[in-house]
Design a protein around this ligand. Structure first.
Ligand code: DHB
Ligand code: FE
Length: 280
């Protein structure tokens, strides 16, 4: 059976991808951010996952305002990146695992989450940047990927409670896959940030630190927030915390925190990193 090794939550800011592309990791601005990542890479190297299930939010590359699904799952042989206008290099396609994707889709639909099924899906910075942080050298990235996408662009958004329950359904689906595969979950986005409007530049350190603690042992408390409360506390784009909650739902009830890192600001965003291992 498939085993969920654990999960990694990380910010996905495009400027991180740009810093990687120009080799700026040791610059004064970037070093305190990138210094948080080696423990997560070491852990991945030691546990050697076969599959990364990447829970992320598209920003208009694959889905646009004409048609936005609430929840979407990729079921392609490979996932192409494309130019989003951030000045990032377009990265090589990421291999998929359609059989595993269809298993997850069947399982979550059976569980009453009526997801959009994508046999083609272009993946944006929210997918590529975290994978580049985890595997800076693509020749060492021997995993297949399964993108799971959640709407944070067009209201109404799914509630935090719904995302947490979706994560629990994903967890049941993964655990029921009959192949002996080691799965790592990646949740991308957050923490607090607001890119536009009256509160552009808004960061809420107190709330971020609360998230990083509560997501470990009391995720239900965060899942109880309404979408509006989350926008108020984390900013309009800080709702990306819902990716973290979805991932937490997919992990077992007991998790062990292996590593955490918090640094503000990176671009306009509070950058958080959390590595949780399944304890059960
Ligand atoms: C930034 C953060 C994001 O989450 C994003 O998707 C784009 C930009 C930023 O802080 O610049
Ligand atoms: Fe984002």
């Amino acid at each position: 059976m498939a085993t969920i090794l654990g999960g990694i939550c990380t910010s996905h800011i495009p400027a991180i991808g740009a810093a990687i592309a120009r080799g700026a990791q040791d610059d004064d601005y970037w070093k305190p951010f990138f210094d948080g990542y080696p423990p997560a890479r070491d852990w991945l190297r030691s546990v050697q996952p076969d599959i990364a299930v990447v829970i992320y939010n598209d920003h208009g590359l694959n889905f646009f305002l004409d048609a936005i699904p609430t929840f979407a799952i990729g079921a392609a042989h490979q996932y192409h990146n494309a130019d989003e206008g951030w000045g990032l290099p377009t990265l090589d396609p990421y291999p998929g695992d359609p059989a595993f994707s269809w298993h997850i889709i069947n399982s979550v639909v059976e569980d009453e989450f009526d997801v959009t099924m994508c046999q083609e899906m272009r993946v944006d910075h929210a997918f590529t940047v975290p994978l580049s942080l985890m595997w800076p050298d693509r020749s060492e990235m021997h995993i297949k990927t399964i993108p799971i996408e959640i709407n944070t662009v067009q209201h109404p958004l799914p509630s935090p409670k719904r995302c947490y329950a979706f994560g629990q359904a994903i967890g049941r689906a993964l655990a029921a896959y009959p192949k002996d595969l080691k799965v790592v979950l990646l949740a991308t986005g957050g923490l607090s940030h607001q890119l536009d409007g009256k509160r552009a530049g808004f960061i809420n350190k107190e709330f971020d630190l609360r998230c990083m603690t509560e997501i470990v042992d009391s995720p239900e408390a965060l899942a109880a927030l309404s979408t509006h409360e989350l926008v108020e506390l984390a900013g309009t784009q800080g709702v990306e915390l819902m990716m973290w909650l979805t991932m937490r739902g997919a992990l077992g009830s007991q998790v062990r925190q292996v590593h955490s890192h918090y640094h503000i600001p990176v671009s306009n965003t509070a950058a958080g990193l959390l590595l949780l291992e399944n304890a059960a």
